[in-house]
Design a binder for this molecule. Structure first.
Ligand code: FE2
Length: 259
């Protein structure tokens, strides 16, 4: 994110829940920082401005300076001049969200029936009493929520490789194999900077999807994911090129911009 401030301009004291690097562009901005805050906000709850902020230190960033702020470290910046600040945040997995996402993942495996049914239930004199069959069945159904190590690998790979940009995207590009191969061999393709790629065990994850590749291509894709570069086209296995052809249709690899 890039923020602009006029002299004296400020968002107000706040904290972020992830690691942040503030990189000063043009101009100067002074930051008051504090490791302490009571978590009380002003009435404008949307912006989450801290009600009580007491500075423990300050620094003035000039062009090219970088300030690192750990998660929940309170900070309050004000422009000393017209200033642009580049803010780079690094989010870590939130386990509270991961556990909900993991249940969704298990649900997608259809381990349990969607709706409870009890066709043979008999009339009761105690309609408010929870039927023992319902308790028994619920227990049995929940016990089916099982997972193994592979599930953890696949769940994390899909969960961490998807970004907001990937949601609901479908294949979009029409391209023929011959044209693609010629361009790839000339080094015209690069990895889409906004696409996330990861791997674990025999699985390769890209944009929230899982692939298992043939043995001869695994090395190529691990290198591409680690270096975020397609590398020397001559060294790529033909099978790798065929898979990259599919990647190109999904915009996971792109033509380099013309110089
Ligand atoms: Fe911030």
């Amino acid at each position: 994110m890039v923020s602009f401030s006029a002299p004296g301009g400020s968002v107000g004291p706040h904290f972020d829940s992830y690691d942040v690097f503030l990189i000063q562009g043009t101009g100067r901005r002074t930051w008051q920082v504090s490791s302490q805050h009571d978590g009380q906000f002003t009435n404008n709850s949307e912006l989450k401005i801290l009600k009580n902020f007491s500075s423990e230190g300050h620094c003035t960033l000039e062009k090219g300076d970088i300030l690192y702020l750990p998660p929940h470290f309170a900070h309050h910046g004000a422009g000393d001049s017209y200033a642009f600040t580049f803010s780079v945040g690094f989010r870590a997995p939130e386990f509270t969200k991961l556990k909900v996402d993991f249940l969704d993942y298990l649900d997608s495996k259809e381990l349990i029936e969607k709706i409870y049914t009890d066709p043979n239930i008999r009339p009761t004199k105690n309609p408010a009493k929870i039927p023992s069959k319902l308790i028994r069945d619920t227990n049995q159904i929940l016990e089916r929520l099982r997972w193994n190590q592979d599930d953890i690998h696949i769940f994390l790979g899909e969960n961490l490789s998807i970004s907001d940009d990937d949601q609901g995207k479908t294949t979009s590009k029409t391209i023929d194999w011959k044209t693609f191969r010629n361009r790839l061999n000339k080094g015209f393709y690069e990895v889409n900077p906004s696409v996330r790629m990861m791997y674990s065990r025999n699985y390769f994850f890209i944009a929230g999807r899982t692939f298992t590749f043939k043995k001869e291509t695994v090395g190529d894709f691990r290198r591409i994911a680690d270096s975020r570069s397609i590398g020397e086209p001559d060294s790529l296995h033909l099978e790798t090129k065929k898979i990259l052809f599919e990647f190109a249709k999904n915009n996971w690899i792109l033509l380099r911009p013309a110089d």
